[in-house]
Design a protein around this ligand. Structure first.
Ligand SMILES: *[C@@H]1O[C@H](CO)[C@@H](O)[C@H](O)[C@H]1NC(C)=O
Length: 194
């Protein structure tokens, strides 16, 4: 009962935190002035970067970080956005690059497009993200999906092995326990008779 209560409380906390995040203020670890959100040179990674920006943002500076991908949809709601600086990041040109590539293709800023190039994988290193062919991106997706499928199969197998060993342990201890109680009963009966 107590456990259920704590779980509920945690759930409320998590949901509450989400609602709070939707109220867009200057993202933590960035510096904001009059529509410009400066998140440059802060060692941000794709997981530690801001998940949203104020709706009135006109410029976002994300250059010179450790970003490998942009989360899908990140820039879609920002109607006033005019410039995003993205250079100086090790962009990974795998399946996750699709959003960034699509977004770049919609920009009419040549300097921006020329500033965003692949750092991985080795065979695409130095290529401009916007000019990757669809085939090149999709190839990496297939590779990625294969790995995902393999990983989930291996996880499933490991899971089954763990479950089977737990079950075996339970059966073993139950048997031992019943043997112990039979022995104890017998011992009790013997001591009663003698
Ligand atoms: C492109 O990169 C250079 C530095 O390499 C930077 O000075 C310039 O502002 C960048 N331009 C855009 C549009 O990102």
């Amino acid at each position: 009962m107590k456990c259920v209560f704590i779980t509920l409380l945690l759930l409320i906390c998590v949901l509450g935190a989400d609602v709070g995040e939707a109220e867009v203020v200057c993202p933590q670890s960035c510096f904001c002035t009059a529509g410009v959100v400066d998140c440059s040179g802060r060692g941000l990674t794709t997981t530690t970067m801001p998940s949203s920006f104020p709706l009135s943002t006109t410029e976002i500076q994300l250059h010179d970080n450790h970003l490998t991908a942009l989360p899908p949809g990140l820039l879609d709601d920002l109607q006033a956005l005019q410039l995003v600086t993205l250079h100086g990041n090790p962009w990974a040109c795998d399946c996750a690059v699709l959003y960034l590539r699509g977004w770049l293709l919609k920009q009419k800023n040549d300097a921006l497009i020329r500033n965003v190039s692949c750092a991985f994988p080795p065979d695409l290193q130095g290529r401009l993200v916007a000019y990757l062919s669809e085939e090149e991106v999709l190839n990496s997706c297939n590779y990625w999906l294969c790995n995902l499928a393999l990983f989930s199969q291996i996880s499933l197998f490991a899971f089954i092995v763990v479950q089977a060993s737990l079950l075996a342990a339970v059966v073993y201890f139950l048997r031992r326990f019943s043997q112990l109680s039979i022995d104890a009963q017998r011992a009790a009966a013997e001591s009663f008779h003698s």
